[in-house]
Design a binder for this molecule. Structure first.
Ligand SMILES: Nc1nc2c(ncn2[C@@H]2O[C@H](COP(=O)(O)OP(=O)(O)OP(=O)(O)O)[C@@H](O)[C@H]2O)c(=O)[nH]1
Ligand SMILES: [Mg+2]
Length: 308
């Protein structure tokens, strides 16, 4: 046997992580990467960009593409995000559809099943997430798929996991590497994401604000990093939080500025750790009516066009 044939062939694949909003896609990506690359919250439409997380191990490299979750579209941003969600299955080698198994299947879950049956991706896995919560509606998901698949001929593997506790993740990862084809790594093995730093900082600030805001306001805030002033080992970052209406400005700021203060105090240490420099944030709230229709701002936030 030649020396070459004994060397294990490295594999590579782009894995599209799709599913309904709040299924736990970003939590899963972070758990598989082993580091936080994508923000998480109980609020719908948390993820607003395609965020790539990179898993490198001796078997090769998986590029996990976290995407905005499909939801009942409200307003121009909602429609934009749903468009991104639908487009996200294109250009991937493996499609990984994530369901929240602690709730019965909803319209958006069945929408993904119908899409899989129609588009027949060559490689596809179905992930029942949140199995640490009881009851688990596995049978209902399998029945919905049986109704959707008809004669599509697609037979996805099913996995029961908890992205929160890590249960079931090694088996899922093994399967993803099985499905991956031999090929060169797409990114350096020592990076966990190629997400631009301005967008990453804005997302962490938005995550902290979402933890303090409820109901309609979260969907109407947009966060943009305006400037990063770098000194030796220190970054001063100017951040603008856009709201849609004057009444929302006070809600975002909070009594005596407490929401902004909370967001700053929670985000600064996390960002300092993430980038290995001391990060100081300056947060401003600005009313910009219909910012979600403003192409310049949407581009600045990475929701449209080329990334900043
Ligand atoms: N108990 C439990 N909670 C989970 C699990 N996975 C995610 N969650 C929670 O579910 C909520 C939504 O998680 P995300 O990862 O933000 O969901 P998402 O699918 O990325 O949502 P969008 O970005 O809005 O599409 C968060 O509060 C998570 O902590 C899980 O396996 N078990
Ligand atoms: Mg998400």
């Amino acid at each position: 046997m030649s020396k070459n044939s004994e060397t294990p062939v490295k594999k590579a694949a782009i894995v599209g992580i799709v599913g309904r909003t709040n299924a736990g896609k970003s939590t899963l990506v972070n758990a598989l990467v082993g580091e936080k690359v994508s923000i998480v919250s109980p609020v719908e439409q948390t993820t607003r960009n395609s965020v790539r997380g990179i898993v490198a191990d001796p078997r090769g490299q998986l590029v996990l593409v976290d995407t905005p979750g499909l939801h009942k579209a409200v307003g121009p941003l909602g429609r934009l995000l749903n468009g991104m969600a639908r487009a996200s299955s294109a250009g991937t080698d493996i499609l990984c559809v994530v369901f929240d198994a602690s709730h019965a299947p909803q319209m958006e879950d069945e929408g993904w099943m119908a899409r899989v049956a129609r588009e027949r991706p060559e490689r596809c896995v179905f992930v029942l997430n949140q199995c640490d919560r009881k009851p688990v509606f596995e049978t209902m998901y399998r029945d919905s798929w049986a109704a959707a698949m008809r004669d599509s001929g697609v037979t996805p593997d099913w996995f029961r996991i908890s992205a929160l506790t890590g249960d079931g993740l090694p088996a899922l990862l093994d399967r993803l590497f099985d499905l991956a084809e031999p090929g060169p790594a797409l990114f350096d093995d020592d990076i966990v994401t190629d997400y631009p730093r301005k967008l990453a900082i804005a997302d962490v600030v938005r995550e902290k604000l979402l933890a303090r805001l409820f109901q309609e306001v979260p969907h109407e805030i947009g966060v943009a990093v305006k400037d990063i002033a770098e000194r030796k080992g220190e970054w001063d970052v100017a951040v603008t939080v856009y709201v849609n209406k004057p009444s929302q400005k006070g809600m975002v700021i909070g009594a005596g500025g407490r929401n902004l203060k909370y967001a700053r105090k929670a985000a600064e240490p996390e960002l300092s750790e993430m980038f290995g420099v001391k990060v100081r944030l300056e947060l401003w709230v600005k009313v910009e009516q219909n910012w979600m229709k403003n192409d310049r701002l949407l581009t600045e936030m990475g929701y449209k066009g080329a990334l900043v």
